[in-house]
Design a protein around this ligand. Structure first.
Ligand SMILES: [Zn+2]
Ligand SMILES: [Zn+2]
Length: 193
């Protein structure tokens, strides 16, 4: 597994292209990494005869690091000085952005074969069961209801046992009934499996 030199968080996915050449393709930006010789092999397959040499013109230092060796790559013209690609001059690998394979082929006068490589993200590891399912939501509601009921009951008891001149509210049967209902309902909900 090698990282995409463009999207640091993406890992390249080995994707067999034409003739089962195992290309490394980025599921994020669809860029393609060709190890030394793979681009030539792909082009040779797509036209049925060996491709001409892929000259690398006017190389300058690139801002990208080689995904294989980690060394700074070179940016230069591939076949044509205007088609700027990144190449590692240490290992000979070439990075092509998604549209560049088509451009290389156009420049070489090739028409057959794919101009891009389809890639699918590697299947993610199965997710761990969610901690908060609907069951725990019900439990949370029950807990809130029970607490509200308890608070209501405490308030009523406080009113009931306080000297009348100390409080401005009078105990209400309605609120008491509601609190009991909330507390009982909440406790019942919490107790359920
Ligand atoms: Zn990428
Ligand atoms: Zn390299």
């Amino acid at each position: 597994m090698i990282n995409c030199p463009k999207c640091n968080s993406e890992k390249l996915v080995e994707t067999p292209a034409l003739g089962n050449i195992p290309l490394d393709v980025c599921p994020g930006c669809s860029g393609i990494w060709f190890d030394k010789g793979e681009l030539e092999a792909l082009l040779a397959k797509s036209q049925g005869s060996p491709a001409g040499s892929l000259d690398f013109l006017n190389p300058k230092e690139s801002s990208m690091n080689c995904p294989r060796c980690g060394k700074s790559m070179s940016r230069g013209g591939l076949v044509n000085p205007l088609l700027l690609v990144d190449k590692c001059e240490v290992c000979g690998g070439v990075w092509l952005d998604p549209n560049e394979l088509g451009l290389v082929k156009k420049l070489l006068g090739l028409s057959g074969g794919p101009s891009d490589v389809k890639v699918e993200r590697a299947a993610a590891a199965p997710e761990a069961p969610a901690a908060s399912g609907p069951g725990s939501l019900v439990k949370a509601f029950a807990a809130v209801a029970a607490l509200a009921g308890l608070a209501g009951l405490s308030f009523e008891l406080y009113l009931y046992f306080s000297p009348t001149e100390a409080v401005t509210y009078t105990p209400s049967a309605g609120l008491t009934a509601l609190s009991v209902l909330f507390f009982a309902g909440g406790a019942f909900g919490l107790g359920r499996k």
